[in-house]
Design a binder for this molecule. Sequence first.
Ligand SMILES: [Zn+2]
Ligand SMILES: [Zn+2]
Length: 247
Amino acid sequence: MNKLIKYAILLLFVMASGCRKDSVTNNSSSTSVIPNDFLSNSNYDKLIVEIQYLNGFAPTAAAISNLNTFLQMRLNKTTGISIVQKAISSPVKSVYTLAEIQAIENVNRTQKTSGKTLTAYFFFAEGDYAANSGSSKVLGVAYGSSSMVIFEKTIRDFSGGVTQPPLSTLESTVIHHEFGHILGLVDNGTPMQVAHLDTSHGKHCDDQNCLMYYAAETSDIVANIVGGNIPALNTKCLDDLKGNGGK
Ligand SMILES: [Zn+2]
Ligand SMILES: [Zn+2]
């Protein structure tokens, strides 16, 4: 294949994946990237993950440490992976729409992808997701090619009690799950090596013990977290990541 055709195919893919994942208008705050950019070392050899939160709603230190371990184990980044955190000021809201979350990112995100450095962004919200309906609450959303929101207040509502998982365990479950979508799971920019898509629940794994099972980003997961263990990726998801440049 000549270089021009390769470039055209890549460009089409980037555009298609941008349209599919972003339900709100993207602006110039983030470069559109693809899962292979995170997994392989070819286009970017360094990753900076930026975490922003309102005072009092930072993730636990254990969750940050777990995220670092999770990324180090899966991504090829020879110049390293770092996580930077910052409290931001923003009006407190009881519920957030996706458009409001992206507006917060547009104003506050400081780490931008350029050169050989790739960046990712998390906002930890001190309210619930506006699109919640019924008793099942959304705990996190991956809404752009490198952007995620974690509903920290909702996570706290469903953790830490006698019959609930520890806070850091539930945080890590949701943080890892959303990053899994950014890494292209399941069939979300990273091709499946064998079929394991849960066709009735979008871009999720059909194994209820896998991190990428659909319930892992909602309050429904709480009953499934046994003994404080963070769900891991199953072999099929791991094979997909390896097949797309990961480790
Ligand atoms: Zn999901
Ligand atoms: Zn899986």
